[in-house]
Design a protein around this ligand. Structure first.
Ligand SMILES: [Zn+2]
Length: 232
């Protein structure tokens, strides 16, 4: 398994790209989130044609805003290859189709939808209401052979996910956790993540690295080898 981020910024940190990652797992390439800047980042990184599956954490534009562009691209330029969108629940599938219908009219003409259980390497973790009250959202746990990683998605506090790891006896090799450098009601303040750092090597994303406070002990994906641009 391999994970490379194509962007690590928050919603308003467009210069760092919307947070998104490409994960090589089960001999397939999974795009995790496809926010507004992601199509262009994939194009620049020459990754556009590599995507087999798309997985979405939630419906904010910085996580899904260029998905229809990606699907149109595959339909127009890569007719022999179809993107498969994995969905954690039938409710989520309905939301995806409703969202995409506004720009695509018939989204199922351009891609196929499969339950996440059809690709047995990813465990969805329901974080409903924990990013924004009332908002459907998911974290995802990727596991192949004896390698595992946890991807938090957007979440207001880290406690739930760390309790989930302990309760389910998950043993991630790496945790990628969203962090905010400013107190926020919808994102995890970086200091709240400190008590959990001994569980697994943890990297922060969904933030502006130029604002990194001097007392932050969480390494950033932006400065790591997990950022795609640094491995080119
Ligand atoms: Zn969000």
């Amino acid at each position: 398994m391999e994970i490379k981020f194509v962007g690590t910024g928050g919603a308003f940190d467009a210069q760092y790209g919307n947070s998104s990652a490409v994960i090589r797992i089960g001999n397939k390439t999974v795009l995790l989130d496809c926010g507004s800047t992601v199509f262009s980042s994939l194009q620049t990184a020459q990754l556009l044609r590599e995507i087999d599956y798309v997985l979405i954490t939630h419906f904010h534009d910085d996580h899904i805003g260029s998905l229809s562009t990606l699907l149109f691209y595959y339909y127009v330029y890569l007719k022999e290859k179809e993107v498969i969108i994995l969905y954690p629940t039938s409710e989520f599938k309905t939301m995806l189709i409703n969202y995409l219908t506004f720009s695509m009219i018939s989204p199922e003409k351009y891609c196929s939808f499969q339950p996440i259980t059809s690709f047995p390497y990813i465990l969805p973790i329901d974080t409903f209401g924990l990013h924004v009250p009332g908002l459907v959202s998911y974290a995802y746990y990727f596991q192949e052979a004896n390698q595992a990683i946890l991807y938090s998605g957007d979440i207001a506090h880290p406690t739930f996910l760390y309790n989930f790891i302990l309760e389910q006896n998950l043993q991630p090799d790496y945790i990628f956790h969203e962090i905010s450098f400013f107190p926020s009601s919808v994102h995890s303040y970086y200091r709240e993540v400190f008590p959990y750092l001994e569980i697994a090597p943890t990297f922060g994303y969904h933030c502006d690295p130029s604002q990194n406070p001097s007392d932050n002990i969480i390494p950033l994906v932006y400065n790591s080898s997990f950022l795609f641009s640094q491995s080119l």
